[in-house]
Design a protein around this ligand. Structure first.
Ligand SMILES: O=P(O)(O)OC[C@H]1O[C@@H](O)[C@H](O)[C@@H](O)[C@@H]1O
Length: 373
C-alpha cells in the first residue's frame, strides 16, 4: 500500500482499459522520491504531484477485471499496452461492476476473447448507487475512459459526477464539456468539467496541428490532407464499427481544421482511424500527408510517419487534466475549464492554437499563485 499523499486527489476511473493502465502505472512510476523529469510537462502543478492522485473508485464491465484490485486489473486482458512500471503496488481499491448501456461494440463477440470484452454478467449499478460511491469515497475527480461511441454510458457517469459534485474529465470523444447544454448543467451545479477527447502528448493530432499551424504561419496554403491511423488495441477494434465513429471523426477533423489558414472542403481533409491490425497491439501508426502551395503558387507536399505506444502517450496529459480539475475545484470554479480543455483536448468548447492554449494555461495556473501569494 502507498504512503499517504501530501495533497491527495481522489480519483474515480470509468473503464480500466489500456489508457487507465498507463495512467495507474504512471502514478506508481512518478511516485514519491522518483522526481523523474522524463515524460512530464511539469512534476508539480500548483502544489500537486503525480503521486498525489489516488485511485479510490473504479468501474469496468469485464469479468477479468471486476473484483480485482485496480493494480492487477490494469494488466488483465484484453489490455495489451506496454508494462513500463513493474512495481505497481495494490491500491486497496477493487474494480466494481459498471453500467453497460452502449459501452461495448456488438461486433466484438466475433473476435477472440483475449482481444475483446468478456461481460462480467453481474448486476449493474443504478445512478444513485454510483453517485453514493462517489460521495462515500470523497472522490474529487472522475476520468472517463469509456470506448469511442459510448454516448449513453458517458452521459450516465457524467450525471453521477454532477449529482455528487465531482469534477469530470472526459478523455473520449462524446461531447460533454463542448456541448452547450451539458456545459450549462455543470456550470449550474457548480462542478468543473474538462473535455472532450484527450490530445496525446506527441500523437497524431498535435503533430498534424503543429504542421498545419506552420503552413499557416509560413504563408503556405494547405489544399488537402489526410491522417491515416492503424493500431491493434481494443480502441481500434471497437472503431471497426463505423456507426460508433461519428463524434470521433468530428473531433479529430475539427482539431486540424481549426488551426488551418482557411477551411478545407470536407472532401479535401480525411482524418480517421483507418484500420485494425491485431499484431500492432497498443502501437499506433499514423501516416500523414499534406499538400499545399507556396510562393508563386508552386506546389509542395509533406509526408510523415509517426509510430507511438498509444496509451502512455495520453497518460501524462491525463495527469495534467486531473490536476487542473482539482485546482478548479479548489478555486470554486464551475463549468468548462477552457485553457485546460484547449491545451489537453481535441474537441474543447473553444479551439485555440496550441501556443495560445499553452499561454492560457500558464496564465490560469499563475492566477492561483497570485491569489495564494
Ligand atoms: O494521437 P491523438 O490523435 O492525439 O489521439 C490520442 C488519443 O485519442 C483518444 O481518442 C484515444 O481513445 C486514445 O487512446 C488516444 O491516446
Amino acid at each position: 500500500m502507498l504512503a499517504p499523499a501530501a495533497n491527495p486527489i481522489n480519483l474515480a476511473i470509468v473503464g480500466t482499459g489500456n489508457c487507465a493502465s498507463s495512467l495507474v502505472q504512471g502514478l506508481a512510476h512518478y511516485g514519491e522520491g522518483l522526481n523523474d523529469p522524463i515524460g512530464l510537462t511539469r512534476y508539480e502543478m500548483d502544489r500537486y504531484r503525480p503521486h498525489d492522485i489516488r485511485v479510490v473508485a473504479a468501474w469496468d464491465i469485464d469479468r477479468r477485471k471486476v473484483g480485482q484490485d485496480v493494480a492487477s486489473a490494469i494488466f488483465a486482458r484484453p489490455n495489451c499496452t506496454t508494462r513500463f512500471c513493474e512495481a505497481v503496488a495494490d491500491t486497496g481499491t477493487l474494480v466494481e461492476m459498471g453500467r453497460l448501456l452502449d459501452g461495448v461494440a456488438d461486433h466484438m463477440s466475433d473476435y477472440p476473447a483475449d482481444r475483446t470484452f468478456v461481460p462480467a454478467e453481474l448486476p449493474e449499478p443504478s445512478e444513485d448507487e454510483v453517485t453514493e460511491r462517489l460521495r462515500d469515497e470523497r472522490v474529487d475527480v472522475m476520468i472517463n475512459y469509456l470506448p469511442v461511441g459510448s454516448q449513453q454510458a458517458t452521459e450516465f457517469y457524467a450525471t453521477c459526477a454532477l449529482k455528487a459534485g465531482v469534477a469530470f474529465v472526459n478523455a473520449m470523444p462524446v461531447f460533454i464539456a463542448s456541448d452547450p447544454a451539458w456545459a450549462r448543467r455543470f456550470a449550474e451545479a457548480g462542478v468543473p468539467v474538462i473535455g472532450d477527447d484527450i490530445k496525446a502528448q506527441l500523437g497524431a493530432t498535435i503533430v498534424h496541428r503543429a504542421l498545419t499551424d506552420l503552413f499557416r504561419r509560413r504563408g503556405v496554403t494547405l489544399d488537402r490532407t489526410y491522417q491515416l491511423n492503424t493500431g491493434g488495441n481494443t480502441d481500434f477494434l471497437n472503431m471497426l464499427n463505423r456507426t460508433r465513429l461519428t463524434s470521433k471523426k468530428i473531433s479529430k477533423t475539427e482539431a486540424v481544421q481549426s488551426v488551418a489558414a482557411r477551411r478545407m472542403e470536407d472532401e479535401n481533409i480525411h482524418i480517421g482511424p483507418s484500420d485494425y491490425v491485431a499484431w500492432q497491439n497498443d502501437n499506433k501508426v499514423c501516416f500523414l500527408r499534406m499538400e499545399g502551395r507556396m510562393f508563386g503558387g508552386v506546389p509542395l507536399n509533406l509526408e510523415l510517419r509517426l509510430s507511438v505506444e498509444d496509451s502512455p502517450n495520453s497518460a501524462g496529459v491525463a495527469i495534467d487534466m486531473i490536476r487542473c480539475a482539482k485546482i478548479a475545484l479548489d478555486r470554486g470554479l464551475a463549468g468548462p475549464i477552457e485553457p485546460a480543455a484547449a491545451l489537453f483536448c481535441k474537441h474543447p468548447p473553444r479551439q485555440m492554437t496550441d501556443d495560445a492554449a499553452h499561454d492560457a494555461l500558464e496564465a490560469f495556473l499563475n492566477e492561483g499563485a497570485k491569489v495564494s501569494a
